[in-house]
Design a protein around this ligand. Structure first.
Ligand code: HEM
Ligand code: HEM
Length: 198
């Protein structure tokens, strides 16, 4: 399908099909919208679980739940990002009306590429941090660890954790800018950017 021409919510009668082939989609496909909001929620959960782990003492069940919850929420984000990128490649994005000037369009693309890279790089860095630090990533609701693909190495763990934490902190800002940009589009520029994602 041509990028930007989505037919996911259109029925299958031939006239509707003809309409759908001719009219640029007004919104992201239902799958794209669902994935966007689900992943936004999962990113928030991944942050809350790790930032609030101090509520429980080391070695307690609560602490293990927070840590393992952080690991698996992050790994789910990675998996969903791969799926989302495939859908994005197939369906593209519906056009913004009125169209953005060159610099705004470039800023939007840069921000979106950064967010997609974050979905892929941050969980892998986290996984490498956990393994090199000798932390087990347990199969949920069991005490069976995933086989570690990295040997324990505290120096490496230190460097990877530094990168993982720095990227985590940096993306509070990037995500904040993304949300503000969405509000700017909706409330000030009054275009259809946000409506396409609702
Ligand atoms: C998008 C997904 C992720 C985000 C946004 C994220 C974010 C963060 C942040 C902000 C911290 C630092 C918390 C602090 O000390 O203040 C952290 C720590 C950590 N994360 Fe992640 N993370 C993600 C995925 C993962 C994954 C998939 C794993 C492992 C499978 C992981 C393993 C770790 C580990 C081991 C730490 C250090 C925790 C400690 O030593 O107590 N992260 N993460
Ligand atoms: C209240 C919170 C949020 C709002 C209002 C919001 C709004 C939007 C809107 C309107 C778009 C379409 C932008 C465009 O096509 O120019 C979008 C796209 C996107 N959002 Fe969000 N978003 C929110 C939270 C998040 C979070 C937490 C993340 C991830 C950490 C995220 C990741 C993305 C990505 C990767 C895209 C690009 C979609 C694509 O073009 O394939 N969003 N968001």
């Amino acid at each position: 399908m041509h990028p930007g021409f989505g037919c996911a919510s259109v029925g299958n009668s031939s006239s509707k099909l003809a309409d759908c082939m001719a009219t640029p989609a007004q919104r992201f496909t239902p799958a794209q919208r669902r994935l966007h909001w689900l992943m936004a929620l999962l990113v928030a959960i991944a942050y809350v679980l790790i930032e609030q782990r101090g509520l429980f003492s080391r070695g307690s069940v609560g602490r293990t739940f927070m840590m393992q919850g952080h690991f698996w929420t992050g790994l789910t984000i990675f998996g969903l990002a791969c799926w989302r990128l495939l859908i994005r490649r197939r369906h593209g994005a519906p056009p913004v009306t009125p169209a953005l000037d060159r610099w705004n369009a470039l800023a939007a693309i840069t921000l979106h590429v950064a967010l997609y890279l974050f979905f892929l790089v941050q969980p892998l860095l986290g996984l490498a941090t956990a393994w090199s630090d000798g932390k087990a990533v347990l199969i949920p609701f069991t005490s069976i660890p995933l086989p570690a693909l990295l040997a324990e190495n505290k120096d490496l763990a230190h460097t990877l954790e530094y990168l993982h934490v720095t990227i985590g902190n940096l993306f509070y800002w990037v995500i904040g800018i993304h949300v503000l940009a969405a509000l700017w589009h909706h409330l000030i520029r009054k275009d259809n950017t946000l409506k396409r994602m609702l």
